[in-house]
Write a protein that binds this ligand. Structure first.
Ligand SMILES: NC(=O)c1ccc[n+]([C@@H]2O[C@H](COP(=O)([O-])OP(=O)(O)OC[C@H]3O[C@@H](n4cnc5c(N)ncnc54)[C@H](OP(=O)(O)O)[C@@H]3O)[C@@H](O)[C@H]2O)c1
Length: 270
């Protein structure tokens, strides 16, 4: 089987939030496919661990501590990646998160600003800084949104609005940058079992397994690597004619409606 279009040998990727969770799983998968990978985040320790694991796969791994909410620091980060790894082909804007369980009526506006900055503005800061290099490599951007950005989630209003904005940013970037050969796509994960998510579930006594069984057609929450697979798809040449799209990786649509069992045989009987 010819898998050439999935191969990333010789490419350089930068994954923000690459020290943990979905970002780390993505960095490792891109490395498995042949890419050298830089990971960025605020804490050096998880970045160094991921960079070491990338090196163990036989690729160059680079840890670049950076707060992606700071445009100046972002420009320095991109410059360092290109100086150390020689080029940039793939930018994954994955760093994100929310101040959770705060209603909009009482949400502290500094927290509102932080959520918007981290989940929307940072993607623009990173992509704008990376663009000259992506233009040279005919590279691409993958933004990591959320199902919250498609359907909205109470308690994370700023995050939901920012993640919806990220999907629109994806479309506008794709339209503006397509003519110079740069693709921009977006992956919107649903409930995904990252370390951070699992800690939150445990802390609140939230039965994620039971919720996912009921809410999603596939009956379970997602694994980090399942999200990473979608990101890696957009990042590689197999997606060469796809740009401006947002793909949900969320176990299927949570929709209403009912089927009259008298007219439709139950699935279990088929
Ligand atoms: N897990 C889910 O169920 C789920 C669902 C939908 C969408 N998502 C999205 O998936 C992405 C990854 O989330 P995750 O679940 O894998 O959680 P996670 O492990 O907490 O990942 C978030 C990453 O972002 C980094 N980060 C946070 N603030 C940053 C900043 N100011 N500058 C640079 N890096 C920063 C964190 O590292 P530092 O703290 O060291 O900076 C961390 O590595 C996020 O965009 C999230 O919104 C997750």
């Amino acid at each position: 089987m010819d898998m050439t279009e999935f191969d990333l040998t010789g490419r350089v990727a930068l994954v923000t939030g690459g020290g943990t969770g979905i970002g780390r799983a993505t960095a490792l998968l891109l490395a498995e496919r042949g890419a050298d990978v830089a990971v960025a985040g605020r804490r050096a320790e998880p970045l160094e661990k991921t960079a070491g694991d990338i090196a163990a796969l036989g690729r160059r791994g680079l840890a670049v501590p950076c707060d992606v909410r700071k445009p100046e620091a972002v420009r320095a980060m991109v410059a360092e990646v290109v100086a150390r790894l020689g080029r940039l082909d793939i930018l994954v804007n994955n760093a994100g998160g929310a101040h959770g369980h705060i209603g909009l009526a009482r949400m502290d506006l500094a927290k509102w600003d932080r959520d918007i900055q981290l989940n929307l503005s940072a993607a623009q800061y990173c992509a704008q800084a990376a663009l000259p290099h992506l233009r040279r490599s005919k590279g691409n951007v993958v933004n990591v949104s959320s199902l919250a950005g498609m359907h909205g989630t109470q308690g994370v209003g700023a995050y939901s609005a920012a993640k919806a904005g990220l999907q629109m940013l994806t479309r506008v970037m794709a339209a503006e940058w397509g003519p110079i050969g740069v693709r921009v796509n977006c992956v919107a994960p649903g409930m995904t079992a990252t370390e951070a998510a699992e800690l939150g579930w445990e802390k609140r006594g939230y039965d994620a397994k039971a919720v996912a069984k009921k809410a999603f057609p596939l009956g379970r929450y997602g694994e980090m690597r399942e999200v990473a697979q979608a990101i890696a798809f957009f990042a590689c040449d197999a997606a060469s004619y796809i740009t401006g799209e947002s793909l949900a990786v969320g176990g299927g649509p949570n929709i209403g409606g009912m089927i009259d069992v008298e007219e439709d045989e139950p699935l279990a009987a088929l």
